[in-house]
Design a protein around this ligand. Structure first.
Ligand code: HXC
Length: 258
């Protein structure tokens, strides 16, 4: 069945992996309201599909996304902005891991979309930045927070206050990027990473994602307490028994997500 979408395309490139491609080539994949709604709808559908264990989000070779759609934003007034980015917030709350595959520009909302994903695979052509300051605004999809967490205050302030961009090597040194790969291999690598995640026990993956994310919400003692409760919870699952039995029997585990 063809996609019901106008600004994205979805597919299942390998079993277990949902792929979402942003597709507004004439606007360098600028994130307008249609893209936001469609990405959330597609990701939510993958999230509730028991066959899907990880989701890849990608753009084009030239641009992951060059930001929120400036033409659309230019027409908004204060009251229009109240729930403007709720869809992106909901995307960040999904249980299924999101793998960003970034080539070319990831600017403004594009950088923020990449950062709200769980794993960020970048092509050697990727360029990151939060240039909102040049428009008289600031990041609005969590960029000031996630960038500060990812790269620290020194670089976050530098990027957010000057609006300059950074290349993929600076981004990796700063801790923004999980892996750099040659541009020609980007999608294959990102899909392979997603397939690896999808091969694991789904409830264990969900718990692991929640545990790491808790590090950004709370202090060490509370975070470790949260981790410990999730860890102990695994001992109520069949996948835990299967994973350990498979290791001891020197065979591959057959997880059932139970
Ligand atoms: C709408 C955009 C766009 C955007 C590019 N385009 N970025 N349209 N919103 N964010 C459009 C251009 O208008 C142009 O359309 C076409 O895409 C190609 O872009 P060019 O500028 O011609 O390409 P190039 O010269 O190669 O420059 C690429 C670029 C530049 C450096 C990425 O496009 C750029 O600076 N874009 C804006 C980046 C930005 O400021 N992003 C932050 C947005 S604010 P036409 O029709 O002329 O061919 C943001 C806020 C987040 O993201 C949420 C908090 C509020």
């Amino acid at each position: 069945t063809p996609d019901p979408y106008t600004s994205i395309r979805t597919e299942v490139p390998v079993p277990g992996v949902g792929l979402i491609r942003l597709e507004r080539p004439k606007a360098l994949n600028a994130l307008n309201q249609a893209v936001q709604a469609e990405v959330l709808a597609a990701a939510s559908a993958f999230d509730t599909d028991p066959e899907i264990g990880a989701i890849v989000v990608t753009g084009s070779e030239r641009a992951f996304a060059a930001g929120a759609d400036i033409a659309e934003m230019a027409a908004l007034d204060y009251s229009d902005t109240e729930r403007l980015f709720d869809g992106w917030d909901r995307l960040a709350q999904l249980g299924t891991p999101l793998v960003a595959a970034v080539s070319g520009y990831a600017l403004g909302g594009g950088c923020e979309l990449a950062m709200l994903c769980d794993v960020l695979i970048a092509a050697d052509t990727a360029v990151f930045g939060q240039p909102e300051i040049n428009l008289g605004i600031l990041p609005g999809i969590g960029g000031s927070q996630r960038l500060a967490h990812a790269v620290g205050k020194a670089k976050a302030m530098d990027l957010v206050l000057t609006g300059r961009t950074m290349d993929v090597h600076e981004a990796e040194r700063a801790g923004l990027v999980s892996r750099i790969v040659p541009a020609t291999d980007l999608l294959d690598e990102a899909v392979a990473v997603a397939a690896t995640i999808a091969s694991k026990s789904k409830p264990a993956v969900l718990a692991a994602k929640q545990a790491v994310n808790r590090a950004f919400e709370t202090g060490l003692t509370e975070g470790v307490r949260f981790e410990r409760a999730l860890f102990r919870g695994r001992f109520a699952t069949m996948d835990r028994a299967e994973g350990m039995a498979a290791f001891l029997e020197k065979r591959e585990p057959r997880f059932t997500d139970r």
